[in-house]
Design a binder for this molecule. Structure first.
Ligand SMILES: *[C@@H]1O[C@H](CO)[C@@H](O)[C@H](O)[C@H]1NC(C)=O
Ligand SMILES: *[C@@H]1O[C@H](CO)[C@@H](O)[C@H](O)[C@H]1NC(C)=O
Length: 381
């Protein structure tokens, strides 16, 4: 498989050069830069800038096999949503913000695997200090952004002006916050009790970016984790989900999806309040949730195989999900499916490049965003 990757890479280059350039011409130059914050869904390599730790399976082959031909620290077989968005706007793929000697004039990616909305102290107070592995929470990432300003812009006025012409993507955040109590087998009641704090953190984050001059801000919601192979493989033995706890069409765990759904509806409410407070800003709700549900209910529309939620890369474990905690993608015993574009789930936790591409297009054109990132006549401010 290693030998095949470069050929596929050049083929992709060839195919992309055949796509008519008119779409590019419309959106190219729309933004001076893109700044991205988040967790492993959008980490572009921040965790491995000083080398790859031994424990980190996501930085090993076959991660990266589809587009880069090698692992880059991205938790996917190829590009992430933010990469597709950069390409749409003619901006080079964002360097991880911790990269040495990188050029940040057109943006930076502050996302880091494991990131939470809440600070480590919050989890320590709940007795969850052991289960969070926080390498840079939301407000730590915003601090990294503020520290990087001297390398991006000049005077405070010049920075504000530059950021007003940039696109900011804040999230998703929340997924890892809820993972911590869920994997510690805490009650759902305790998980729900965290939500107002998560909302406050995200809301404060948006306000900090607006204070820096940001105008266009994308705020993504969380994914339907009840459909994720990692959770599904633990559904019976660890989470004790009975037959009626699974959706009859989706095969997903209802309790977990309801949790994500409630987070997202609170987030939309939070965004609505921010819009009233900052009418000059354009705050976009970006929907990972509906996209993933569509992949499961209408796989044929997206070129995915019709099947129970199943990881492309992994090994057999509990159930039919191709997820095994002791042989995860990148670890000995795990293999990738021959064509990752037939699966929406890459490693049971993160999505494939194919899935991220559909999501990015939906955020840009509006089928999975409110309003669309690329304004239409009726949605432009
Ligand atoms: C998970 O993988 C390990 C090998 O790492 C294997 O011994 C075990 O049988 C697998 N579990 C299942 C349920 O297949
Ligand atoms: C928008 O993107 C989605 C996701 O890829 C796609 O299914 C849909 O056809 C696109 N719509 C338009 C109008 O381009």
């Amino acid at each position: 498989m290693r030998g095949k990757a470069p050929t596929l890479f050049y083929l992709l280059l060839l195919v992309s050069s055949l796509i008519p350039p008119h779409i590019e011409a419309e959106t190219n130059g729309r933004y001076a830069a893109i700044f991205n914050f988040g967790d492993s869904l959008v980490d572009a390599g921040n965790l491995i800038v000083n080398g790859t730790p031994d424990y980190l399976a996501t930085a090993r082959y076959p991660y990266g096999m589809t587009y880069f031909g090698k692992p880059t620290g991205r938790c996917s077989d190829g590009r992430l949503v933010v990469d597709f968005i950069c390409q749409e706007f003619g901006i080079p793929l964002l360097p991880p913000s911790k990269a040495h000697n990188a050029n940040f004039k057109q943006g930076a990616n502050f996302a880091i695997t494991g990131a939470t909305a809440l600070e480590t102290e919050f989890f320590e107070k709940l007795g969850l200090g052991q289960v969070v592995w926080n390498s840079g929470a939301l407000h730590t990432q915003i601090k990294w952004f503020q520290d990087l300003k001297p390398q991006i812009c000049g005077t405070p006025e010049a920075c504000k002006e530059f950021f007003s012409r940039s696109l900011f993507i804040l999230g998703e955040f929340g997924g890892n916050d809820y993972n911590a109590p869920l994997f510690a087998r805490r009650k759902f009641k305790e998980v729900y009790a965290m939500m107002p704090h998560v909302m406050k953190s995200i809301s404060d984050g948006v306000e900090k970016l607006i204070a820096e001059g940001a105008v266009d801000i994308v705020v993504p919601g969380v994914l339907p984790v009840g459909c994720f192979p990692v959770y599904l493989s633990l559904s019976v033995n660890m989470f004790k989900i009975k037959k009626e706890g699974f959706g009859s069409r989706s095969g997903c765990m209802k309790k977990f999806n309801t949790l994500a759904w409630v987070h997202n509806s609170l987030l939309r409410q939070t965004i609505a309040e921010l819009r009233v407070k900052y009418p000059q800003a354009r705050i976009i709700y970006a929907d990972y949730y509906s996209a993933a549900i569509q992949f499961i209910l209408h796989p044929e529309k997206y070129g995915f195989a019709k099947q129970i939620p199943r990881a492309c890369c992994g090994a057999p474990g509990e159930g039919v999900y191709n997820f095994n905690m002791t042989a995860k993608c990148g670890e000995p015993g795990a293999t990738a499916c021959p064509d990752p574009s037939t699966h929406w789930s890459w490693d049971g936790i993160h999505l494939t490049e194919a899935a991220y591409g559909h999501i990015a297009r939906g955020w840009l054109n509006g089928s999975f965003a409110d309003p669309p990132i690329i304004p239409t006549e009726s949605s432009s401010r």
